[in-house]
Design a protein. Structure first.
Length: 110
């Protein structure tokens, strides 16, 4: 499930302030391609937000963006190690998603 909202507001004659937030949620799910239930991702909600200030004509913009603000530990893929029969039985790997991040964005059009 995904929910998003955005709000833009003019400030004076030349500037625009923007706010946005989105929530991405998932139920419990198995992330292994072979359906191995030992690689299950628990249900989660991730919240992302952005605040920006820029010119109405789009000449420049600066924004602060926060992703995964709740610092949810999630993974999108995993599987058992292919060499399990060569002494690695019961070994798994996972691709871990990024933790909470906050970035500063800037744009200048000429």
């Amino acid at each position: 499930m995904n929910i998003a909202a955005q709000y833009m507001r003019p400030i004076g004659n030349d500037l625009e302030l923007g706010f946005s937030v989105d929530i991405n949620a998932s139920d419990d799910t198995v992330i292994a391609a072979d359906g191995d239930t030992r690689l299950a991702q628990k249900a989660y909600e991730k919240i992302n937000a952005r605040i920006s200030l820029g010119t109405i004509d789009g000449k420049w913009l600066i924004a602060v963006v926060g992703k995964n603000l709740g610092d949810e530990a999630t993974t999108t893929f995993g599987n058992d190690v292919p060499l399990g029969s060569l002494g690695f039985d019961g070994t798994y790997f996972q691709h871990i998603d990024p933790p909470r991040t906050v970035t500063l964005q800037g744009r200048w059009s000429f």
